[in-house]
Design a protein around this ligand. Structure first.
Ligand code: SF4
Length: 562
């Protein structure tokens, strides 16, 4: 049974058959911390819902911020959150309040459901949210989620009076990828301004390190993750989404999408074609998803297939996530042009070849001009570039190089529209740049200003918010001492200016709850000895050992001359 509750638009078309849940099925509220029209655009969230919905041992219900009051939390045995962004925690705290669920996990009583989170954020660093959740799922959910719920049910049947603590301990000991933060002891050099010195499980049967669960390469080759629903009321209206690649093998040193999803994998051509043909029975819009879709080894053949389909069906519309600029060919540009796309997006990060080498984005300048030329010839109207400001070893000259590059592109292709979107560097846990400091907000704003002036009347410039990026940087390398600060920040309205106010108000009450926000966001964590302190996320292993990550984050020999 599918339990979607329609919000504004009740025309949600389900493209698969649900299982009828058993009478003793485990009930789960599968919750997206945003309105339903956003949830309906998240392929990861929806495809995991489908897997649960097809399992008769599970009664799954989709919940979003605009449908949650249709339910009482106690209707569920488990409440699971899909967490894609650090700042999702603010919407999750709202949901706890609206449901009157205790915010702190250990304050929940036996009658409360167990509350957990999975997704890209908790996979890499769950620690700033450790006190809010009973457990986290570390890894790809395809097998993990169903296995977790079945283990939960089996244990409940044998031990119907087991306490929450016993149940959590059983899950942590028996489900690989289940991390229960309350079962770990964390020690600090100093609570108010010192790093972590020890991370230790409290019991012998609890793993010291949680290995990320991976959906196997073989299964992935044959299984296409695709839209289980279609609706007009979402970010990609009536678009059948198909995952063409998962992860990215290029390993740009800042890139969470790459390091958190290694190894890069994708489905083979035949299952992809089959999925697209299936989607085309219901809609004329196909969306190709993946960190880098052109890295699928059979992408040229996929383009051929799509061109053939468009020939048969001229109303077919095609959209894609961002492409790698040096993989653009006339065939790819033509495919997307034919599919109705007026703009293609490429992340180049920097205008300077030196800095691109520093971050392992080994992209030659002439490839960028070649791509603009290919686009102009194909008749596509706009080229959107993504840049990043504040990268390690960046100077003002590198920023000027980015402005000059966009100016020169405009000179070379005057008919093409150029848009430069720019974010600021957020050092992410589990990447080679996890040790690197983030520049202060003044430096970043000054560099955004340089770009703004250089691109006036030549290109559209869209910088991100420095203050929100700073908050992301606090959380991305944060630890569980941040709990009270997050709660107070949320109480103060979670506005751009309220982080420091929240920290000060906690300090004024007499206790310093955690180091100041800048200690988390801006600190160089390799200054003395890169391995002297334990990182909050050291109990999570995503597949690359810490010494190797550190080596990969150093400047390449071609730049240092060593
Ligand atoms: S090419 Fe793009 S997706 Fe791949 S590692 Fe680099 S930034 Fe990440």
């Amino acid at each position: 049974m599918s339990l979607i509750t329609p919000s504004k638009n009740d025309a949600v078309q389900q493209l698969y058959t649900s299982a009828v849940p058993n009478s003793d099925a485990v009930s789960i509220g599968w919750t997206y911390p945003a309105p339903q029209n956003i949830a309906m655009s998240s392929l990861g969230y929806l495809s995991l819902f489908q897997r649960m919905d097809q399992n008769p041992r599970i009664r799954a219900t989709q919940v979003s911020t605009d449908t949650l009051l249709h339910y009482q939390p106690n209707e569920f045995d488990l409440i699971g959150f899909s967490m894609s962004f650090e700042l999702d925690i603010l919407a999750i705290l709202d949901i706890f309040h609206q449901w009157q669920l205790p915010v702190i996990a250990v304050e929940r009583r036996e009658h409360h459901p167990l509350v957990f989170a999975g997704g890209p954020v908790p996979i890499t660093n769950p620690e700033p949210y450790a006190d809010f959740f009973d457990f986290f799922l570390i890894g790809e959910g395809e097998d993990l989620l169903n296995e977790l719920i079945e283990t939960y049910q089996d244990y409940q049947k044998i031990h119907p009076t087991a306490s929450r603590h016993q149940l959590l301990r059983h899950l942590a000991a028996n489900v690989a990828g289940c991390y229960v933060p309350s079962l770990y002891q964390i020690e600090y050099a100093s609570l108010s301004d010192g790093p972590i010195t020890h991370i230790q499980p409290k019991y012998e049967d609890i793993p010291a390190v949680i290995e990320k669960r991976i959906f196997s390469r073989q299964e992935m080759a044959q299984t296409v993750t695709q839209s289980p629903f279609l609706t007009e009321d979402c970010v990609f209206p009536n678009t059948f989404l198909v995952e063409v690649m998962r992860g990215c093998a290029h390993r740009c040193r800042f890139c969470l999408a790459s390091y958190s999803m290694l190894p890069a994998r994708g489905p083979q051509l035949e299952p992809l074609k089959e999925a697209i043909r299936f989607g085309l029975q219901y809609t004329n819009k196909i969306g190709l998803l993946g960190a880098l879709i052109a890295d699928n080894p059979e992408f040229p053949e996929l383009c051929e297939f799509l061109q053939h389909e468009m020939h048969q069906r001229p109303d077919l519309k095609l959209s894609s996530a961002s492409l790698r600029i040096d993989t653009l060919t006339p065939q790819i540009a033509e495919t997307f042009k034919q599919g109705g796309q007026q703009q293609l997006t490429f992340a180049i990060e920097s205008g300077s070849e030196r800095l691109r080498r520093r971050i392992n984005k080994n992209l030659k300048q002439d490839k960028i001009f070649d791509a603009a030329d290919i686009m102009a010839r194909s008749g596509i109207k706009a080229m959107k570039l993504y840049g990043m400001v504040g990268l390690p070893d960046e100077s003002d000259e590198d920023i000027e190089a980015l402005g000059t590059l966009v100016q020169d592109l405009k000179k070379a292709q005057p008919k093409l529209e150029f848009i430069l979107g720019c974010s600021s560097f957020v050092p992410k846990a589990a990447t080679p740049f996890q040790w690197q400091p983030r520049p202060d907000n003044k430096t970043i704003d000054r560099r955004f200003d340089i770009l703004n002036k250089m691109l006036l009347k030549k290109a559209k410039f869209r910088p991100s918010s420095t203050k929100w990026d700073f908050l992301q940087a606090v959380l991305s390398r944060g630890d569980r001492r941040l709990t009270q600060l997050i709660i107070r920040f949320h109480q103060f309205g979670a506005t751009l200016g309220s982080l420091n106010r929240a920290y000060k108000s906690l300090c004024d009450e007499g206790a310093t709850p955690c180091p100041p926000p800048a200690w988390y966001a801006l600190r160089d964590r390799a200054e003395k000895d890169p391995f002297a302190e334990r990182f909050p996320w050291d109990m999570i292993h995503l597949g690359v050992d810490k010494p190797l990550l550190y080596q990969e984050g150093l400047p390449p020999k071609s730049l240092t001359g060593v």
